[in-house]
Design a protein around this ligand. Structure first.
Ligand code: NAP
Length: 259
């Protein structure tokens, strides 16, 4: 299927590894030029070089923490006129609902709600002027089914989801779609760190922790960044222009729900 993306430009935040990288690779495979961001410059440059070599697209990098206002300004400058925005950042740490203070909540809001909103506000108006644009926010399955130890994630991502629900309907008439991708468990560094949390909390091995979490997934395995990236590329394609304000769950069937 021709996704109609050749020659477009995309900003993919938090994309040196994991799901953000999966989205960047899938877009590059469709001929999309990229602006990539992550905090660690070394991994970011390595990912950029691999994507250039594999797909022959232009890749610009902006290293820095996407929650930092100065870094956001640099990223926005590099991304002027982009057709596609993929919002992403690291997830908040696990913990107990009784332990989180105001600073913990603000940090989660900055990463998983306010940074994506700031980038939408900065980049969507030019997409509207052009009459075409795509925004995909990487959120979490925790938006549909709360994960008790990830209360900071449950809270911040639901805030972003509410913003997208209203805003997507305000920009759709200008040819811009905004949708969310909700990962269940995927085989990335984040999944390894959450496996470690289960290992430590229950005094079991990493293999046992992973097997325990895999057993909660009807597909019987973790998702891959390639599968996740393919869904992102489809939502960014010209075939997906009628999909507005939706929350697409990629969880191998883990959420036991009829709708
Ligand atoms: P990951 O494998 O840890 O990769 C995170 C990527 O984001 C890395 O490239 C990292 O590079 C970059 N990054 C993290 N924080 C950043 C920041 N503040 N500014 C700029 N770049 C940043 O994580 P992932 O599994 O791909 O997860 C992506 C998102 O999906 C996270 O919000 C996660 O909570 C959520 N999610 C993941 C899963 C899962 O099973 N994997 C499930 C549900 C939700 P640097 O460290 O160098 O910055």
């Amino acid at each position: 299927m021709d996704m109609g993306l050749k020659g477009k430009r995309a900003l993919v935040c938090a994309s040196s590894k994991g799901l953000g990288r999966g989205c960047a690779e899938a877009l590059a495979a469709e001929g999309v030029d990229l602006i990539l961001n992550a905090r660690g410059a070394e991994a970011l440059e390595a990912t950029a070089a691999e994507i250039r070599d594999a797909h022959g697209v232009d890749v610009v990098t902006v290293a820095g923490d996407i929650t930092d206002g100065d870094v956001q300004a640099q990223v926005i400058k590099a991304a002027q006129g982009v057709d596609i925005l993929v919002n992403n950042a690291g997830g908040p740490p696990p913990g107990m609902w009784t332990d989180w203070n105001r600073d913990d909540f603000i940090a989660a809001f900055d990463a998983n709600m306010l940074a994506p909103i700031a980038l939408i506000q900065a980049l969507v108006p030019a997409m509207m002027d052009k009459g075409w644009g795509r925004v995909v926010n990487i959120t979490s399955a925790s938006v549909k089914a709360p994960i008790p130890v990830l209360g900071l994630s449950n809270t911040a991502r639901t805030g972003l989801t509410g913003f997208v629900a209203g805003t997507s309907r305000q920009v759709a008439g200008s040819g811009v779609t905004i949708n969310n991708l909700l990962p269940g468990i995927h085989a990335t560094d984040r999944a390894v760190s959450l496996d470690e949390g289960v290992m430590k909390a229950q005094g079991i091995t990493m293999e046992e922790a992973k097997a325990q979490r895999e057993a909660t997934i009807p597909a019987g395995r973790y998702g891959t960044r390639e599968e996740f990236g393919a869904a992102c590329a489809f939502l960014c394609s010209d075939k997906a222009g009628f999909i507005v304000g939706q929350n697409l769950l990629l969880d191998g069937g883990a959420l036991n729900a009829t709708i």
